[in-house]
Ligand binder design. Structure first.
Ligand SMILES: CC(C)(COP(=O)(O)OP(=O)(O)OC[C@H]1O[C@@H](n2cnc3c(N)ncnc32)[C@H](O)[C@@H]1OP(=O)(O)O)[C@@H](O)C(=O)NCCC(=O)NCCS
Length: 179
């Protein structure tokens, strides 16, 4: 990315640090949280590797902390996606913190950062149609549903997942947000 720190009203988005892995493991080991994450629940080793891989200049994710309690409650993915000036955005939060608008608050901050500081042209996001909370966040951001791919992701036991594909252009964001 790399992102140092972005503060919102209730959250702090910051670069991962080595000792974050336990907090990451707390929610990434929860099968209910990881239902729509293709690799499934993390082991402690996978959580450690995820944190290590996302430190430094090649980071693809940032930690999200709840400022009042200084607790790491989730992470946001935000990284280049195939073509110049396009990033993919994504989100995973601890189940105890769902439904408070935190993913949307973190996403709005990253989208601002992407268009204002990184001068991105386009931000995309994907999810499964059954993952209503995820595509609701996309729609609250003002992203448009550009595609519904049918049975495009192979799953175990001869299952296939559909996928929604959303996008937001810089000009759409600035038009909607008045800057
Ligand atoms: C997706 C996720 C990050 C959303 O986090 P969050 O902080 O709860 O999101 P927000 O509170 O900002 O917004 C969620 C929206 O979805 C809505 N929602 C949640 N579950 C819903 C459901 N089953 N049916 C309809 N709407 C639902 C909420 O009401 C809210 O919309 P609203 O503000 O219009 O009421 C969280 O659910 C999560 O971590 N899920 C597991 C990981 C995951 O699937 N990540 C995405 C992979 S593509």
């Amino acid at each position: 990315m790399p992102i140092d720190t972005i503060d919102t009203q209730r959250l702090r988005l910051r670069a991962f640090q080595c000792n974050d892995w336990q907090a990451v493991y707390d929610y990434t080991s929860d099968p209910a949280v990881m239902v729509y994450i293709p690799e499934g629940p993390f082991t402690p080793e996978r959580a450690k590797a995820f944190v290590t891989d996302n430190m430094g200049e090649h980071a693809r994710a940032v930690a999200v902390l709840l400022k009042t309690v200084n607790r790491l409650i989730g992470h946001m993915m935000f990284h280049p996606w195939f073509v110049p000036q396009t990033n993919e955005i994504g989100w995973v939060f601890h189940g105890a913190y769902h439904g408070h608008g935190y993913a949307t608050e973190a996403a709005v901050a990253l989208v601002h950062y992407g268009f204002d500081a990184l001068h991105l042209h386009r931000i995309i996001a994907t999810c499964q149609p059954q993952n209503v909370a995820s595509w609701r966040v996309m729609e609250k951001l003002g992203m448009r549903r550009e595609a519904h791919f049918r049975q495009c992701i192979r799953r175990p036991e001869n299952q296939w997942w559909d996928e929604y594909f959303y996008a937001l252009l810089e000009e759409e964001w600035f038009k909607a947000n008045g800057t």
